[in-house]
Write a protein that binds this ligand. Structure first.
Ligand SMILES: CC(C)(COP(=O)(O)OP(=O)(O)OC[C@H]1O[C@@H](n2cnc3c(N)ncnc32)[C@H](O)[C@@H]1OP(=O)(O)O)[C@@H](O)C(=O)NCCC(=O)NCCS
Length: 177
């Protein structure tokens, strides 16, 4: 695994979290239980702390970077889609970040918010809980009621990645050719 201490800061990673060997985790980073970190993810806590809550998944190519002014806190059961760039201050529990979304420095994602694919979330945008934001810059599209199919789909998705965190450690192997 490419997990690096930086100076006196060393990542704290729950034993039930899975970090792919081709991901990079540097410095002041805390990773919770049953988190799944995919290949080519970069989590760089060199300018301040980064916290990732239990059962969150961070998919291929995602970049998460800290800043001396704010701590990127990512809540529990958050789904972060492929190639998203996270420079946000906070992503609350049960949120989902679409593929390729860019969360600008200091932006905040409220509980249960779905950020659409390729959205650009500005730091001045106040995201209301359980709503969808999409576009460049991201704007509110609609509410996400308790029975919204998107909400159920995100839940199923998060569960499948929790399953990955359990399955990968004993089943992923390099194939010699
Ligand atoms: C934003 C999103 C939730 C909208 O889904 P939806 O509510 O089913 O909306 P629809 O697909 O019916 O589209 C409604 C309108 O929004 C537009 N739209 C959809 N996705 C959009 C996006 N990402 N950015 C901008 N506009 C978008 C559609 O073109 C359509 O426009 P129209 O009314 O002018 O025709 C969905 O497209 C999305 O981006 N989901 C994220 C999925 C994801 O990345 N998950 C992580 C998996 S790894």
């Amino acid at each position: 695994m490419t997990i690096y201490a930086l100076g006196n800061k060393e990542p704290e990673i729950a034993s039930s979290a899975f970090i792919h060997p081709q991901a990079s985790v540097i410095g002041d980073v805390k990773i919770g239980k049953r988190v799944f970190i995919a290949p080519m993810v970069s989590i760089r806590g060199d300018r301040g702390p980064i916290v990732i809550g239990d059962e969150t998944n961070v998919q291929d190519g995602v970049v998460i970077h800290s800043d001396p002014r704010l701590t990127p806190r990512i809540g529990k059961r958050v789904n972060i889609g492929h190639n998203a760039s996270i420079h946000s201050e906070e992503i609350c529990d049960n949120a989902a970040i679409g593929m390729g979304a860019v969360l600008m420095l200091g932006s905040k994602v409220s509980e249960g918010v779905l950020i659409g694919n390729c959205a650009l979330l500005h730091n001045k945008t106040e995201t209301e809980p359980y709503t969808v934001y999409a576009g460049v810059p991201a704007k509110k599209m609609r509410e996400l009621g308790p029975n919204d199919p998107a909400r159920k789909a995100i839940d199923i998705y998060v569960d499948s990645y929790v399953g990955n965190a359990e399955f990968y450690p004993n089943n992923l192997r390099i194939v010699d050719r």
